[in-house]
Design a protein around this ligand. Sequence first.
Ligand code: C6P
Length: 413
Amino acid sequence: MKVSAITHLDIQKIRSEFPVLDQQVNGKPLVYLDNAATSQKPKRVIAKLKEYYEGYNANIHRGIHTLAETATKAYEATRESVRDFLGAAHVEEIIFTRGVTESINLVAATYGRSFLQKGDEIIIGTLEHHSNIVPWQMVCEEKEAVLKVIPVNDRGELDLKEYKQLLSSKTKIVATNHASNSLGTINPIKEIIELAHAQGAVVLIDGAQSAAHLPIDVKALDADFYCISSHKMYGPTGVGVLYGKKELLEKMPPYMGGGEMIKDVSFTKTTYNDLPYKFEAGTPNIADVVAFNEAIAFVNELGKENIHQHESELLAYATDKLSTIPGITLIGTAHHKVSVLSFIIEGIHHFDIGQMLDARGIAVRTGHHCTQPLMERFGIEGTVRASFAVYNTKEEIDSLVEGLKRVVNFLKQ
Ligand code: C6P
């Protein structure tokens, strides 16, 4: 595999913006390779949280005092940035949630419950995270609908031929991820959406693993719903987004009842607020939404293409180097991948590998990565997963390889 050395980014400068990276763990410099679980946060995101709490902490959309107005403006500014980030047409199409999990549950519980009928079908992929499986199982059970699953080939790519066979006029919803958290596979979502639309189905895309790595344009994709989590793209935890086409969101009932989502309440009748507030009951996660704006600016300033190029170089380099470890099998070798590398080593439990790497300051994730059916497809319990972000370096991959060689030598002798 060819490893290109060209990148337009100054990685050392980028690293210096992440205070957490500059520390020793278990006596070794931290090598953080668990970015698919959550990425680290740059100083500007942390500073924004402090600025909000020290400067204009107030509830939003309710107060007429100056702090409330400042907080409301900052919160709504993030909504506009998200609209632009996703390429959405209208700001009303951007709903703040707690994360991708809540975004998918919202759609399953409102759109699913309202529009599914007995015998209707929902199609998902084998690569889904549990968040994009269980909410659909729940609504299928309630509505007596049927869940169908697109198989994957041995590289971990969705089988589009099978997908076409599964689609029919009974298909009402197709839900799949843009990129797989366990294997890194980038799915051909434009084609998946087009094929679903030809059958009259709506499509939800789980963008948890694409938001920080791949260009997204919901209009060009013609996605009906697109979900992202702030914490996987350098922003705070506890903030997510549901993008939904306005005409769909308008006909969906609210998810939760309470303050903010109403226009008028009496004991006999309640009318609901306009979009997007209809779906944002209660006091939202104001500080984290405000700081999320800084994460979006961070990604935009670096440029998704530059980020993707750097991470692709890391992935190619790591794939080459790891292949030299005795007994290793890479799980997920799709032609198009985000920077996720999953593997097993013959005769050594993934958990032991993770623990021994941690002893050397190297953070990876081990286990099923909330994709148990996918693990079952590959006949394994779990993998070791290294996932890269823009601040990772080839030297860190060298440390991973060195660590793995020691693990193998130690446990196999
Ligand atoms: N995956 C991982 O280590 P939340 O937790 O709501 O922000 O995102 C859930 C989720 C949904 N879809 C995909 C593809 C994901 O990767 C995740 C989160 C983490 O892989 C934690 S399990």
